[in-house]
Design a binder for this molecule. Structure first.
Ligand code: PLP
Length: 366
């Protein structure tokens, strides 16, 4: 049997008639930039999240950059984020001219809220918690610190569509939440796409303006901005998918439960811990595994694809070498680096495939 890490074709085949119709409609209408399909998606996303504003942008990286920029973050400022994430999180901090300050992870693969305060200085302007793998960070503690020190919280929700903590969805707690709709994300476009959500009216206007060359009305430029718009085709595709996202999230959770049950008692494997009162959306199902690289090779030889998210903590990547970080500065992220393994996870995964993955992992350790 071959078990892919993710298979986007299965989803497309399920949606083909409505998806093809939506795509052709955009082309027939030549509604490529701005217009009805973009605003339809934005309004639907706002409604599902219960937030005042959704601003579609070109991708999830821009969503972070544009938000930081419009919060006034720039040279001389510091922004705190987590040692394990996709590089977009820290790259965008640097792109504003500010300095990324990294904090080690907690037992849920998120920023260690207890370690944040020690990194706050007079230059700190914001914290970017990343709800990694689909599980939310310790938002109560983070918001408390942010209020105490008067700094912004921008939630990186690229991996946490429709995750929640204490009944509050990812992206609705900080000043803004940034989303990626990269094809492989839980809500994925057929190309690059992203969005920002916020309840702040003034910020929303600035974000929309900056993402569109600094103008809300054609040829009336208030500021210099960038060209970062959600395009019509992607918006129409996302709108079709939005009607299915809660069902897909439930399917991911079902797979996770089965993995938990099947792997919990396998010696050598630690299943992911879930924070209490939180709903994990399982963008990724990440175990900690002894002899991880050997296990990965074994699974590969049995036709099972896996991933590592990520092979190196951000502060230890080449672009940050000049900051002089040591492995010992981030002991938990470094320990995870050598044990984490992401198993096949997508809504359309079959029960047989899932069981095959569980069986082969158990077989490796017995
Ligand atoms: C995917 C991702 C991004 C960037 O999104 P793009 O749409 O690829 O630009 C940012 N942060 C995290 C944690 C991600 O996983």
């Amino acid at each position: 049997m071959n078990v892919p890490f993710v298979d986007l074709k299965r989803q497309y085949h399920q949606l083909k008639p409505e998806m093809d119709a939506a795509i052709h409609q955009v082309i027939d209408e030549l509604a490529f930039i701005k217009g009805k399909h973009v605003s339809d998606f934005e309004r639907a996303f706002e409604n599902l999240y219960g937030v005042k504003h959704c601003i579609g942008v070109a991708n999830g990286t821009d969503a972070i950059f544009i938000t930081l920029k419009m919060l006034g973050i720039g040279p001389g400022d510091e922004v705190i984020t987590v040692a394990n994430s996709w590089i977009a999180t820290s790259e965008t901090i640097s792109l504003t001219g500010a300095k990324p300050v990294f904090v080690d992870v907690d037992e849920y693969f998120s920023i260690d809220a207890q370690a944040i305060e020690g990194k706050i200085t007079l230059k700190t302007k914001a914290i970017i918690p990343v709800h990694l793998y689909g599980q939310m960070s310790a938002m109560d503690e983070i918001m408390e610190l942010a209020e105490k020190h008067q700094i912004f919280v921008v939630e990186d929700c690229a991996q946490s569509h429709f995750s929640s903590l204490n009944g509050k969805r990812a992206g609705t707690i900080g000043v803004a939440g940034t989303f990626s709709f990269y094809p492989g994300k839980n809500l994925g476009a057929y190309g690059d796409a992203g969005a920002i959500i916020t309840n702040d009216d003034a910020l929303s206007e600035k974000l929309r303006m900056f993402a569109n060359h600094g103008s809300l009305i054609k040829h009336q430029h208030q500021i210099e901005g960038v060209n970062s718009r959600l395009d019509g085709l992607q918006a129409a595709i996302l709108r079709v998918k939005l009607d299915h996202i809660l069902d897909w999230t439930a399917k991911r959770q079902g797979h996770a439960l089965a993995y938990d049950e099947g792997l919990r008692n396998v010696i050598g494997v630690e299943v992911p811990k879930v924070r209490s009162n939180s709903e994990h959306s399982y963008h990724l199902y990440v175990i900690k595994a002894e002899r991880r690289d050997e296990l990965r090779e074994y699974l590969k030889s049995k036709g099972i694809a896996t991933g590592i998210h990520y092979p190196q903590p951000l502060p230890l990547l080449t672009p940050y070498a000049s900051m002089g970080h040591q492995e010992s500065d981030f002991p938990k992220a470094v320990a995870n680096r050598d044990t984490i393994l992401s198993l096949p996870m997508f809504p359309e995964l079959t029960v047989e495939e899932r069981q095959y993955v569980i069986d082969k992992i158990a077989e490796f350790y017995c």
